[in-house]
Each structure stands twice: as C-alpha cells, then as structure tokens.
Ligand binder design. Structure first.
Ligand SMILES: [Zn+2]
Length: 155
C-alpha cells in the first residue's frame, strides 16, 4: 500500500505502526507535519496556546537582542518583509477560502506582559494584527517554532 505525501506529493509506504501516515519521512515533510500539528493544537487547546506563548516570551527574555541584532545584520530583511507582506495581502484576497484563518480578527491589539513573568515597567504595546496566508514565508519567521522548540511548560 502506498500513500501520497500531503507535503511533497511523492508516493511513500506508510510505516506499519502508522497506517494512516499522511507525510513521508523526508525531514522537510516531517517539519511541515509538526508545524501543522502545532497550528491545529494552538487552535484547539488553550493550555497549549498559553504554554507556547509563555515559552516564546521566556525565549525572548533570554534573547532580548535577537530581533534588533537580526535586523541590524540584515538591512534587506525589512524590505523583504514588506514585499512579502504585500504579496501575502494580495494572495489573501484571492485565497481566502483556502486560508487557515486564525480566530483572531484583524485589528489593533494591546500586548501586555504575561502575569507569570515579573513586571519591569508595566509598558504595553499597541500592535496591528492582520491574518497571514498559510503559504506566506513570513509566517515561518514570525512564529520561530524551529528556533524555540521548547518542551511544554506547565504553569
Ligand atoms: Zn513528503
């Protein structure tokens, strides 16, 4: 029995232990599978969602210079982001039905520090959130799942 990989589309033989395997064993396809699983989990499991958020915040606290240094090292990054965002915005208009729409509606949001972490100065940020198409390469940058990959933390 062969299956077609949901990611690369190539035929593969599912492992006997996993008869309904939908992704082949290629590393890229497995990464995609993991990402899809995490996305579904984030949408369905509020505990998982807040654990992930806490892990991201903890990571950002340990690496406060990450984005500043990243942008300083790659001035073309901002420009590329803007171009990709524009492409994504356009794709979105035509691709809305296929999109994995987050339950978060686009608009202005206030971001405040998680109560589990010590307050520094009580500062908060107003950010604009707009949905990003599934195929948007920026989404990979934004979520940084591959970089963080922290085990689940229980509060
Ligand atoms: Zn594959």
């Amino acid at each position: 029995m062969t299956q077609r990989c949901a990611c690369c589309g190539k035929p593969f033989a599912p492992r006997p232990q996993v008869p309904d395997q939908t992704y082949c064993s290629a590393p890229d396809c497995q990464r995609t599978r993991k990402r899809q699983w995490q996305r579904a989990k984030r949408h369905s499991d509020p505990d998982y969602r807040s654990n992930q958020r806490a892990a991201q915040q903890a990571w950002a606290q340990r690496h406060p210079d990450y984005w500043r240094d990243y942008r300083a090292a790659k001035p073309e990054y901002e420009q590329r982001n803007r171009e990709q965002q524009r492409a994504c915005d356009q794709a979105q208009n035509t691709d809305l039905a296929k999109m994995d729409v987050c339950e978060l509606p686009s608009g202005l949001y206030r971001i405040t520090r998680h109560p589990a972490f010590p307050r520094e100065n009580g500062a908060s940020w107003v950010v604009e959130i707009t949905p990003v198409a599934v195929t948007c390469p920026r989404k990979m940058d934004v979520s940084r799942e591959d970089l963080i990959d922290t085990p689940t933390i229980r509060p």
